[in-house]
Design a protein around this ligand. Sequence first.
Ligand SMILES: Nc1nc2c(ncn2[C@@H]2O[C@H](COP(=O)(O)OP(=O)(O)O)[C@@H](O)[C@H]2O)c(=O)[nH]1
Ligand SMILES: [Mg+2]
Ligand SMILES: [Zn+2]
Length: 355
Amino acid sequence: MTKEDLGYDPAIGQYFDSQGLAGAELGRVIQEHRERYVVRTENGEYDAEVTGNLRYSAASRADFPAVGDWVALSVYDQGAALILQLYPRRTVLERQAVGKHGEKQIIAANVDRAFILQAVGHDFNLNRMERYLAVCHAAGIQPIAVLTKTDLTDQESLDRLGSQLEKRVGKIPIVCLSNETREGYDQLRAHLEKGKTYCIMGSSGVGKSTLVNNLLGEELLKTSAISESTSKGRHTTSHRELFALENGGILIDTPGMREIGVAGDSDSIDSTFEAIAELAGQCRFSDCTHTEEEGCAILEALDNGEIDPAAFENYQKMLREQSRFQTSLRERREKDRKMGKMYKQIIENKRKNKF
Ligand SMILES: Nc1nc2c(ncn2[C@@H]2O[C@H](COP(=O)(O)OP(=O)(O)O)[C@@H](O)[C@H]2O)c(=O)[nH]1
Ligand SMILES: [Mg+2]
Ligand SMILES: [Zn+2]
C-alpha cells in the first residue's frame, strides 16, 4: 500500500519536514483505543503510543490522535512506534456528548465526505438524519444520505421513504442500497474518489460494517495477509476502523452512536435548515419567537405549507439544545476559573501564615 492509497498529499510531508521531522515515518491512525493506536504506513501497521512530550503538552482530549489523523512516527521495534506529532487536521468530525458539560468527542479526522446510513424500518428517522447533517455541516463535510436494507421492503414503501427524505433533505445526494442484493452499490461507488476519505456513520445495526466489508471484498483478505507478515500479526480485521480501497477512497467505519449532539455553533444548524434559517431572517422583528408575532415569515410559511412543521420543530429543538451546550460550557469554564482562584487564595494564605 502506498501513502497515496491512504490519502497522502505532499503538504503533509512538507509540514513534517518544516517541523524538523524529515526522517520520520508518516502514517495514518486507523484505530484508537484508550490512548493506544494502530497506525498504518506504507511499510505496514504499528502499535503506537504518543510521546510523553505530546501527552503533557496536550490541553484537552482533542490534542490526542484520532482515527484519520496523519502522524509522524518514530519506529523503535518491528511492530511498535511512538507518535511524535500530529498533522493539523483539515477537518474534524465531532459530536457533543449529551449531558457532559459541553464535552466534545472526535469521531474522525481529515474526512472529506460522510455517508449517513439509515435502514428502512425502525431506524428510519428524519429528525436524526438532520442531526447527522448538522454534525457534518459543523465540520464542513458534505454528507450523502444512504438508505440501507432496501431488500427488506417493497418498492412502494421504498418510494415513500425516498420521497420523505427528498422533501426534508433533498439538497444532498440520496442513495438506496441493499448489502444483501448489492442493489445501489454502483450508485454509491460513483461517489468514491481516489485519495478522498469517507466516514460511514449511522446507528448500530444499519449495515455500516457490512457495507465496508463488501466494498473491500477480497482486498480485505489481501490486506490482512500483508499485515500479518509485516507486523506481529496481532491485529485482526475487526480491530480496524480505517480502510483503503484499492480503486479509490478511504473508508472510516464508526461504531453506532446513540446520542448525536451537534458540536459547533448555530451556523451548522442554520446550514442544515437553510430555507428555514433564511425565512427566520426575514421576520419583521429580529428577536421574533415565531409564535404569534405580526410579520413573522416563518408563521406565514408554515401556513402556506412552504416549510415542513416537523422540520421547523426539529430546527428549534436543535437550537435550544445547542444553546444549552454553550451555557454548560460557559458554566464549566466559570467554575474552573473560580476553583483556580480559590486554590491560589489557599496557597497565598498558607504562605502568609508561614512568613
Ligand atoms: N437484510 C439486510 N440485512 C443487512 C443489510 N446490511 C446489513 N444487514 C445485517 O444487519 C446486521 C447489522 O449489520 P452491520 O453491518 O454489523 O451493522 P453496523 O452496526 O451498522 O456496522 C447484520 O446482521 C447484517 O447481516 C442489508 O442491506 N439487508
Ligand atoms: Mg459495525
Ligand atoms: Zn418569526
